[in-house]
Design a protein around this ligand. Structure first.
Ligand code: 5GP
Ligand code: ZN
Length: 113
């Protein structure tokens, strides 16, 4: 999608340090980290949010979920971490390209604000 910052980052149009990438997804560091480790895992194709997912994305979503533990291990998150998918206005989504926040290296509170 044109003018989507995460499409551009995920597909290398805007250079960034990749923590992980393959043909389907990319993982890079959040520009405004909320924890010592704060990563964003995104699909390379443009999907606006969880609400736009269809059954044909099942494999892609499963693929991304299964990558998280490897990315977390590489980042030294053996003490635990949190995965967050903000969705829509009340969910706090500010970038309209589906992304999984991976936060770690500090003790996170619950419930979130
Ligand atoms: P949301 O609020 O949509 O769940 O999360 C969007 C996240 O993207 C925020 O944590 C924000 O800091 C991050 N972000 C916004 N623009 C950029 C950018 O250009 N580069 C990177 N690396 N992160 C960004
Ligand atoms: Zn996009």
């Amino acid at each position: 999608m044109e003018d989507c910052i995460f499409c551009k980052l995920a597909n290398g149009e805007i250079p960034t340090e990749m923590v992980y990438q393959d043909g389907l997804c990319a993982c890079f560091r959040d520009a405004a980290p909320q924890a010592p480790v704060h990563l964003l895992l995104v699909p390379k194709v443009h999907i606006q949010s969880l609400n736009q997912l269809d059954v044909q994305e099942s494999e892609l979503m499963g693929h991304m979920m299964l990558k998280i533990k490897d990315i977390a291990a590489k980042e030294g998150l053996e003490n635990g971490y949190r995965v967050v998918i903000n969705t829509g206005a009340d969910g706090g989504q500010t970038v309209p390209h589906l992304h999984m926040h991976i936060l770690g290296k500090r003790s996170l509170q619950w419930p979130p604000g």
